[in-house]
Design a protein around this ligand. Structure first.
Ligand code: NAP
Length: 490
């Protein structure tokens, strides 16, 4: 495997601005500090970006606050057309964005391209929504007056995004905020800052007025973000990331009762009933498990398979997993990239080892691959006891634990036996069962006979410890709007 990045990749990286984007200009951190960006395929540093101080964060919020009023009063059509231009630009540069994401996240190029497509769809969808924001007019039930509602942008929004989908988790927030008329400060994950910086530059090129979107990259995350969450100029916080950090941010947000959206961790069950189309179930399992090397909040975390079909399912799944090619995401033919860092790799290995000690059986994989980078072999584990951490924790790696059930009730009880409630997948041909199961599952999203739920036109989000709020679909823009009710005497 190549240890260095190519000249073409190097040239692309050199074209990305690496400062802080504040008030429409690029600047260094006020103390000159930089963050090193690592290639997870090798562990080698290939770029660096500015490391914002607390004062830089304050400057970014000041810029967003100053830009809010004018942006809120920009014509919806103008906001829509800016988003549309951004969609076109992003689509025309899909290859560059994909290459950048593959460098900093490690995912195979085909998956990075798919993320560019998915991420761009939020710009297109919300460009269409920007001109459809509406209120209502009704007659009061007693006939004595009229009830009007009007929508207004919530105001300057703080956005914190994770490393696993550095583009799409950003556009899913930036798209609706721009459409609604909100200014913003975006803080991408320190491990993958380049994609958001390139995207900010694209928005500048598309004509976004200075100050509407500001980006700060920082490793001084905790001390830098808390003052912004508590600052009264901030009117909304939207976070995508882990549940523990989400909990902390919700606590901080309570001081000024901030509007908050939380897209947090998951522990998705993938249920295969005895009447399922098993070929389709295996196809869906590969997508639900292996997208992004398993590093997705919606990743299938527990496979619950009816005991009468488990043998066939495991055999077919194992055959597919064994065909995957582990390696550097930009290399031809590679279908599984590295995990994000050494901590993630150690966690996945430890979860599998713990399950084995408790009696689980590794059918394929189950080991670290190579001696550079953070690769873990695609793995199928069976006979996982309920108390194994592999069932309770978000794996965030290419490991498929399989257990069996006998009845629908048993499957549902197992599926809901988690604090999380983001996604679930169900394979069955029985329509009545589909309805029963979807009503009983404690999750925000269900994939029925499909291994993915991501769609810009649908409301994405969870319940329980997976958070609250919805991104995408008709609900997505509501997260960035306030309702004013007017009672009118007649
Ligand atoms: P993370 O550690 O929670 O980090 C997410 C973001 O929060 C990063 O930008 C991080 O910045 C920032 N952060 C960390 N501590 C903070 C603090 N005290 N105050 C403010 N910001 C803070 O999560 P991750 O490891 O990047 O992402 C993986 C997690 O995200 C998984 O649990 C996954 O399920 C979840 N996720 C959820 C969704 C969804 O839609 N529900 C989608 C994707 C991912 P630094 O990088 O500087 O630490």
């Amino acid at each position: 495997m190549r240890m260095t990045i190519t000249d073409v990749e190097q040239e692309l990286v050199a074209s990305v601005p690496t400062g802080l984007f504040i008030a429409g200009t690029w600047r260094e951190a006020s103390d000159g500090a930089r963050i090193e960006v690592e290639d997870p395929s090798t562990g080698l540093v290939f770029a660096s970006v500015a490391d914002a101080t607390v004062a830089d964060g304050d400057a970014a919020l000041a810029a967003a606050s100053a830009a809010q009023d004018e942006w809120a009063h920009t014509a919806p059509r103008e906001r829509a057309e800016l988003l549309r231009r951004a969609f076109e630009l992003l689509t025309s540069r899909a290859q560059d964005f994909a290459t950048l994401m593959t460098l900093e996240v490690g995912k195979p190029l085909a998956e990075s391209r798919a993320e560019v497509g998915y991420g761009a769809e939020f710009l297109r969808w919300f460009s269409e929504e920007a001109v459809r924001i509406s209120g209502s007019w009704t007659t009061a039930p007693d006939g004595q007056g009229r009830l009007l509602t009007m929508k207004k942008p919530v105001g300057p929004t703080l956005m914190v995004t994770p490393w696993n989908f550095p583009l799409a988790m950003g556009t899913r927030k930036v798209g609706p905020a721009l459409a609604a008329g909100c200014s913003m400060v975006v803080k991408p994950a320190s491990q993958t800052p380049l994609t958001m910086l390139a995207f900010a530059d694209l928005l500048r090129e598309a004509g976004l007025p200075a100050g509407v979107l500001n980006v700060i990259t920082t490793t001084r995350t905790r001390e830098g973000m808390e003052p912004l969450v508590r600052d009264p100029r901030t009117r909304k916080l939207t976070f995508t990331g882990s549940t523990p950090v989400g909990r902390r941010l919700v606590e901080q947000s309570a001081s000024q009762l901030l509007r908050v959206s939380m897209e947090l961790g998951g522990n998705a069950p993938f249920i295969v009933f005895e009447d399922a189309d098993l070929d389709a179930a295996v196809e869906g399992a590969m997508l639900a498990k292996m997208r992004n090397m398993g590093e997705a909040c919606t990743a299938a975390n527990r496979f619950l398979v009816h005991e009468s079909v488990v043998g066939t399912f495991v055999e077919a799944l194992t055959a597919r997993m064994a065909q995957l090619v582990v390696g550097r995401g930009s290399d031809d033919g590679v279908t599984v990239g590295p995990l994000i860092d050494s901590t993630a790799l150690a966690k996945v290995a430890q979860l599998v080892d713990d399950a084995v000690v408790r009696g689980a059986r590794v059918v394929c994989g189950g080991k670290v691959v190579g001696d550079s980078g953070y690769f873990y072999a695609p793995t199928v584990v069976t006979d996982v006891p309920p108390e194994a951490a592999l069932h309770g924790e978000e794996i965030f790696g290419p490991v498929a634990p399989v257990t069996t059930f006998r009845t629908e009730e048993e499957a549902l009880a197992a599926a809901n036996a988690t604090e999380y409630g983001l996604a679930a997948y169900v394979y069955t041909r029985d329509v009545s069962r589909v309805i029963r199961v979807c009503e009983a599952l404690e999750v925000g999203m269900v994939g029925v006979n499909q291994g993915s739920v991501s769609n810009a036109a649908a409301p994405f989000g969870g319940v329980k410890a997976s958070g609250f709020g919805r991104e995408g679909g008709p609900d997505g823009i509501e997260e960035y709007l306030e309702t004013t009710y007017v009672g009118l005497a007649t």
